[in-house]
Design a protein around this ligand. Structure first.
Ligand code: NAI
Length: 267
């Protein structure tokens, strides 16, 4: 079995999946800008690399790599320049390295690719992108990059449109968008082991009673979430926020820099 490279290994979700993947027997190469803060699992190695430096990324990637799990980059809304470097250039570099090594890419995409869809609408992956900022736009770009690299170069990629990956739901929105940590592990392992995913898009969400998202490639890759945020319904906070935040699926990301005058689009 070849190695799996994990970018963004030292981040919150990286530290969640490392033990799950090690327990499942995957041989791991970890990478990030900053040192991995936890004890390395047996057989795992760490190499620092900046995603924006393709040579450094290639050097951190082992020769026998079979898959790159790409979690590295900026994980929230910020300036377009920062997003351009870490997320757009960084992800382009990941796909180039994957192409040169014949590796599959598993990408941490986001619900912010569709954040300006109104609440109350159930979406499938065939609904159009409606990014709610530069961050969501960078994730949509990466999904399309995966589409192009599959069509043009035969690179396989599985795009995980993660909702809210937390130890437990904290507010009422999370009852729809929550992805439990064990379901994140199941999702990544399904994406790694699916026999021929080609190009796939899967909602990174647990089997929540109140989920807003359906109609994806989860069954095709063998992802069957087991958790449901509903068991926390009695103890989450009511969601707070401005009207725009409460009207759209992307919540507070929609309000950042919002300057539209007149009525909100469309209710
Ligand atoms: P995080 O911010 O905790 O981890 C990201 C890691 O990327 C950090 O350790 C950081 O040092 C590294 N990084 C940033 N810029 C880099 C660069 N230029 N070169 C190399 N490494 C760099 O984020 P988190 O929460 O662990 O999320 C992981 C991925 O999942 C991110 O791509 C995020 O956008 C995505 N995601 C997370 C969600 C969540 O609920 N936590 C929801 C939707 C998507």
């Amino acid at each position: 079995m070849g190695r799996v490279l994990l970018t963004g290994a030292s981040g919150t979700l990286g530290r969640v999946v490392v033990p799950a993947l090690a327990k499942a027997g995957f041989r791991l190469q970890l990478s990030d800008l900053i040192e991995f803060p936890d004890p390395l699992p047996d057989g795992a190695e760490f190499a620092a690399a900046d995603l924006t430096d393709q040579k450094a990324l290639a050097a951190a990637c082992p020769d026998d790599v079979t898959a790159i799990i790409h979690f590295g980059g900026i994980n929230t809304e910020t300036s377009s320049e920062s997003i351009l470097n870490a997320n757009i250039l960084g992800t382009s570099n990941v796909f180039e390295v994957a192409r040169s090594r014949g590796a599959r890419v598993i990408f941490a995409s986001s619900n912010h690719t569709i954040g300006f869809h109104p609440r109350g609408r159930t979406l499938t992956i065939d609904d159009p992108y409606r990014p709610d900022g530069f961050y969501g736009l960078s994730k949509a770009y990466a999904e399309l990059l995966g589409r192009m690299f599959h069509d043009k170069h035969g690179v396989e990629s599985v795009h995980l449109r993660i909702g809210s990956c937390l130890p437990r739901p904290l507010d009422t929105r999370h009852l729809a968008t929550w992805l439990s940590y064990p379901d994140l592990g199941r999702l990544v392992i399904a994406a790694l082991t699916a026999p021929s995913p080609g190009y796939a898009v899967v909602w990174g969400v647990s089997r929540n009673t109140r989920r807003w998202w359906t109609g994806d490639d989860s069954e095709r890759i063998g992802f069957f979430p087991e958790d449901d945020g509903e068991r926390f319904a009695g103890c989450v906070a009511a969601e707070e926020g401005q009207a725009v935040s409460l009207a759209f699926q992307g919540a507070s990301h929609c309000t950042i820099g919002y300057s539209r005058s007149g009525p909100m689009l469309p209710s």
